[in-house]
Design a protein around this ligand. Structure first.
Ligand code: ZN
Length: 245
């Protein structure tokens, strides 16, 4: 079975549509695993929720999904993120609110635990360092954990004796073979990449081959930026999409 692993769509419909098309062109996926932050920052929150719901999928809650429901303290956000959250909140209808309200903090699917931030702090913790990743391995029961939140494609690997944690930066079109060691895997961000590459990032897990493949997808960044401008979203959020930062 093939699973598309996506995260941090962030209301960026153009990026999300380009990723879905790319998945199709690569032979499709039977199920989508979405690691949260469907909304926030971008111009099309309702359309992104609606599009995701058309697919067989599992999704967990992210900090921006919570913020759009008024469940997060906006003092924890920078000015632009908070402004975009207030705007997003006003766009959501009862259907979208109902969908976001029902997102769990974590899910287990086979060998994988799905969370937004980290298994220890599912909504808020960023896993970018070996130090925090190593601690995290004690907080999930499955062999592998999928995380988003940092918008950076990364893999943390725990050595067989549990003594060492390695950080692997992932290049596009890389194949990650699942072997004995436990892993924490971040597919990167669909709607607002932050690793210096502005292309949308995602991965496909092929359970028969035991392989996760990482991909980058070019999308119409200018179209998303134009929509953000029309909706009066903060300029810094518009600009950063060009740089992938
Ligand atoms: Zn995010």
């Amino acid at each position: 079975m093939r699973y598309a692993i996506i995260s941090d769509i962030h209301s960026n419909l153009a990026a999300f549509e380009a990723v879905l098309l790319d998945i199709d062109e690569r032979g499709g996926a039977e199920r989508i695993w979405c690691l949260g932050d469907v909304v926030g920052y971008g111009p099309n929150p309702c359309e992104c929720i609606e599009l995701l719901q058309r697919y067989d999928h599992a999704c967990v809650a992210g900090n921006h999904d919570w913020a759009a429901l008024g469940k997060a303290d906006l003092d924890d956000f920078n000015t632009e993120a908070a402004a975009a959250s207030v705007w997003t909140m006003k766009q959501l209808g009862s259907k979208e609110i109902g969908y976001l309200e029902n997102l769990p903090l974590s899910l287990e699917e086979g060998d994988f635990t799905l969370v937004h931030g980290s298994p220890r702090e599912p909504v808020w913790e960023y896993l970018l360092s070996i130090y925090s990743a190593k601690i995290s391995f004690a907080y999930f029961q499955t062999k592998y954990c999928l995380v988003g939140h940092s918008h950076v494609p990364l893999v943390f690997e725990l050595s067989a004796d549990g003594g060492d944690c390695l950080l692997h930066k992932v290049s596009p079109d890389t194949e990650l073979r699942l072997e004995e060691n436990r892993l924490i895997i971040n597919p990167g961000g669909v709607g607002q990449p932050r690793d210096g590459d502005p292309r949308a990032s995602y991965a496909i897990y092929d359970s028969e081959r035991g392989v996760i493949s990482y991909y980058r997808v070019t999308y119409n960044i200018a179209a998303t930026q134009q929509r953000m401008k029309e909706r009066g979203l903060p300029q810094r959020l518009i600009d950063r999409l060009s740089y992938g930062l």
